[in-house]
Design a protein around this ligand. Structure first.
Ligand SMILES: [Zn+2]
Length: 465
């Protein structure tokens, strides 16, 4: 039998199975939330005393009028707030492990994969129903598959695959004792690709896309956590950035860049980059250019405070990271003012915590939620975790693995829903935000004021029963 005929037979059989499944179960399961005030991810005014009907994995109706329950499972929100599940625009699940880069050098892929699975579960139970994995390993697409298939609890994952970095750039994780990337464990495991020159960059982007990346992460300036590249270093030429943007656009998706300094943010923008990761040294002028282009800023705020000096690695005087974080604090000192002066700048929540587990990880997430709200106000911070982040996820175009709307409560959007005890627009702590960072007490994985977590129409936590 020829291959074409075999494929036709297979697809006919699949069609028959699908038809049979629909005939058996023509209405997907429904859940009706009643007695809730809805924060829709966009508007400051909640929809008071509303009802929300979920059918299958989508939101079917949002109304302040009564909705006929029919056969739906009814959940009484008791006057609490119903809001979109949170979106974290910048995570590295495959780097959620204790011990830093030195320890990662000794780690087996099985341990790294298992810890990434643990991290995905943490994020979901902290209210995040979507996470953009912004580089660090081929574990991203694999973990995503296991979550999508329902074997592992975790958020929706937008994987970036391996960091694309110039030799000795921020993503080149070769350590002091090593001369070349082939000696490095994380390189061997596909965490980063050293690519120099437009052709090599194009190939690296294509490689990631073929392995399941929905967008690509490129490094265009020095970093704080890396050892070898100084914070002031400019990375990748205009030609290399353009090559990356073109290779991503050929698959209908985009490039996100690691960048701190203003000159490299505006250079990346000029060369077609739409997502600036960190970008703490941004000036008013560049913020306005980004607004004009509709580009996104994804800044993690917590490290800009002097609290960061309590960190066991960054706070240790004399280390390269300590020198770098002091330079970083100096560079980031205008960030709050620039964000506040430019309310139309699209800001997306970014946790970016690596090498932290258990209560340390939770403390960091809680404090980042607090700091973002402190910088931009509760409404914009909540939008940054919901609707604005959803817009950024949609930039993946035809590579978007989840094409319905994310980060909003409206008809046709994915049924990613939280019910929280209180009004987060007035009190950001109801989603777990904490003014304390390293001094915050230990806590369990669950946040008690998040009563219900639904992702893709499935309930993962419900304390309202
Ligand atoms: Zn990062």
């Amino acid at each position: 039998m020829n291959l074409g005929k075999t494929l036709r037979l297979v697809s006919t059989a699949m069609l028959l199975c699908a038809t049979a499944a629909i005939a058996q179960d023509d209405i997907p399961a429904q859940t009706l939330f009643i007695n809730v005030h809805v924060f829709d991810g966009v508007n400051e005014q909640r929809i008071e005393n509303a009802n929300v009907l979920v059918e299958g994995n989508l939101i079917k109706e949002v109304s302040s009028d009564a909705i006929d329950a029919g056969d739906a499972t009814v959940i009484d929100g008791g006057g609490r707030t119903l809001m979109p599940g949170l979106i974290d625009g910048h995570t590295h699940f495959a780097l959620t492990m204790p011990g830093g880069l030195g320890a990662a050098e000794q780690m087996h892929w099985q341990y790294i994969g298992a810890m990434a699975t643990y991290a995905a579960r943490e994020h979901l139970h902290n209210g995040f129903t979507t996470a953009r994995e912004i580089g660090g390993g081929v574990v991203g697409p694999g973990l995503k598959k296991a979550v999508d298939e329902g074997w592992v609890d975790g958020p929706r994952i937008y994987p970036s695959g391996a960091y694309v970095t110039q030799t000795s750039g921020h993503g080149d994780l070769v350590t002091y004792g090593q001369f070349d990337q082939s000696e490095n464990n994380l390189h061997r495991l596909g965490f980063f690709i050293n690519a120099d020159g437009p052709d090599a960059v194009t190939a690296a982007v294509r490689k990631n896309l073929s392995l399941g990346a929905s967008q690509i992460k490129l490094m265009v300036s020095g970093g704080v956590s890396s050892e070898k590249d100084p914070l002031h270093s400019s990375q990748y030429t205009n030609e290399e950035i353009q090559a990356a943007v073109k290779a991503a656009a050929a698959w209908d998706t985009y490039i996100a860049v690691h960048v701190y300094d203003d000159a490299n943010i505006s250079r990346a923008l000029e060369n077609g980059v739409m997502s600036m990761e960190h970008g703490h040294f941004i000036t008013d002028r560049t913020a306005k250019l980004m607004i004009k282009e509709g580009a996104f800023l994804v800044p993690n705020i917590a490290p800009t405070s002097t609290e960061a000096l309590k960190h066991p690695v960054y706070g240790k005087k004399g280390t390269p990271q300590n020198t770098k974080i002091l330079q970083f604090h100096e560079g980031a000192k205008n960030l709050k003012e620039v964000l506040q002066n430019n309310p139309k700048l699209k800001v997306v929540f970014d946790s970016d915590f690596v090498f932290q587990v258990g209560s340390d990880l939770r403390r960091s997430l809680d404090h980042e939620k607090w700091m973002l709200a402190d910088f931009v106000g509760n409404l914009r911070a909540l939008q940054a975790m919901t609707s604005t982040a959803g817009e950024l996820m949609a930039l993946s175009g035809k590579q978007n693995p989840y094409p319905s709307k994310l980060g909003v409560i409206e008809e046709g959007a994915y049924a990613d829903i939280l019910i929280v005890d209180g009004n987060p627009l007035e009190d950001i702590t109801v989603i777990g935000a904490s003014p304390q960072w390293f001094d915050a007490p230990d806590r369990e994985m669950d946040i008690p004021t998040i009563n219900l977590i639904m992702k893709d129409g499935k309930i993962y936590k419900n304390t309202l029963k």
